[in-house]
Design a protein around this ligand. Structure first.
Ligand SMILES: Nc1nc2c(c(=O)[nH]1)N[C@H]1C(S)=C(S)[C@@H](COP(=O)(O)O)O[C@H]1N2
Ligand SMILES: [Mo]
Length: 331
């Protein structure tokens, strides 16, 4: 659903996921829930993994072989979201603002030939053909949670390699402090560009140390196959400890800079979407709580909302990046 804010006429999504402030359960009840939830989730996880790990790829797109990642924190044991859900419930505003728009409309995205330009404050700027980018480092499988700022989450087996591999290749200058990610903006094939809901192209950014973190994934596939168009083909970012919108889809340019990038969502509503956008249950969005989330696929009548975890559960791996920072200010 979309609403127009009176303040500035921008249109912002109001998802049906968003509920008033969570009502907290008693500590005892919570512990009980966690105990049963953990046991159930572990069993379901094995069932879910088995299904597609035993060669039962979705079978829709080209296979993208990979080996299991050894990066700490890269393989959550949680139940994998069904491919059907992961490929039909999407945010990709270039193809419309409804969750089912990208799956319906992204067929027009032309993913070949594709090049990614890497420039700015680097010793070795380069234009990579997709084929070369694919081979730059070994493809790994990573099972990451991805949580949308709207309050839903999924668990997806991505295929790709650490963004740091690409960063090392182009050799950033000492002056580079940030990385800016530009995505495809083609009016001929992306009907969503007719709307001024965002300032196109969709731009995202990371601090250089965030981009270098081993969990930051340059992704070319999911569920053992190349990315479906609606999930950001042919190459996207996946930053699992940040809200979903930081994971820019269909990348065409990566630029190193000494200035904090002006990102698409920050430009649209600076008080709602900050540069950092780390998943944080203690810092509410100005219009809704971020304390809980709904896991896509768990929508039965009795499905309980899950507690959102600090840094989306990746605190042990990434907490250090933000030591000493006020995360309420740097939202
Ligand atoms: N280019 C582009 N990238 C984007 C978006 C977008 O609208 N355009 N939406 C973001 C948001 S809000 C989310 S939650 C994730 C969704 O990724 P998924 O559809 O693969 O789950 O993509 C992010 N990347
Ligand atoms: Mo999102």
């Amino acid at each position: 659903m979309l609403i127009k804010t009176a303040r500035d006429g921008f249109i912002h999504p109001i998802s049906s996921e968003i509920t008033p402030q969570a009502v907290y359960r008693s500590r005892r009840e919570l512990l009980k829930l966690m105990a049963t939830g953990a046991a159930g989730a572990a069993l379901a996880s094995w069932a879910g993994r088995e299904a597609w790990a035993q060669g039962q790829r979705p079978g829709k797109l080209a296979e993208l072989p990979s080996t299991k990642s050894q990066v700490p924190g890269a393989m959550t044991m949680e139940k994998v979201t069904d491919y059907k859900d992961a490929s039909t419930y999407n945010n990709f505003y270039e193809f419309g603002t409804d969750k089912d728009d990208p799956a319906k409309n992204a067929k027009t995205l032309k993913t070949s030939p594709w090049t990614v330009e890497v420039d700015g404050m680097v010793k070795k700027p380069a234009k990579f053909a997709l084929e070369d980018l694919l081979k730059l480092s070994a493809q790994e499988e990573r099972i990451y949670r991805l949580r949308c700022v709207e309050g839903w989450s999924m668990v997806i087996p991505w295929v790709g390699y650490s963004m740091s591999k690409l960063v090392e290749r182009v050799e950033p200058l000492g002056s580079a402090k940030f990385v800016e990610f530009y995505t495809q903006a083609d009016r001929a094939t992306m009907p969503g560009l007719r709307s001024s809901v965002l300032d196109w192209p969709y731009v995202e950014g990371l601090r250089l140390d965030e981009a270098m973190h081993p969990l930051t994934l340059l992704s070319f596939g999911m569920y053992g196959e190349v990315l479906p168009n609606q999930n950001g083909a042919p190459v996207r970012l996946v930053v699992p400890w940040k809200y979903g919108f930081k994971s820019a889809k269909s990348l065409v340019r990566i630029r190193f800079t000494d200035q904090e990038p002006k990102t698409a969502w920050n430009k649209a509503a600076a008080n709602e979407y900050g540069f950092y956008s780390n998943v944080n249950p203690n810092v509410d969005h100005p219009r809704w709580s971020q304390a809980t989330e709904r896991r896509i696929g768990e929508d039965g009548l009795f499905a309980k909302k899950r507690k959102t975890l600090m840094f989306n559960g990746y605190e042990a791996q990434v907490g250090q990046l933000y030591a000493g920072m006020d995360l309420k200010k740097n939202y």
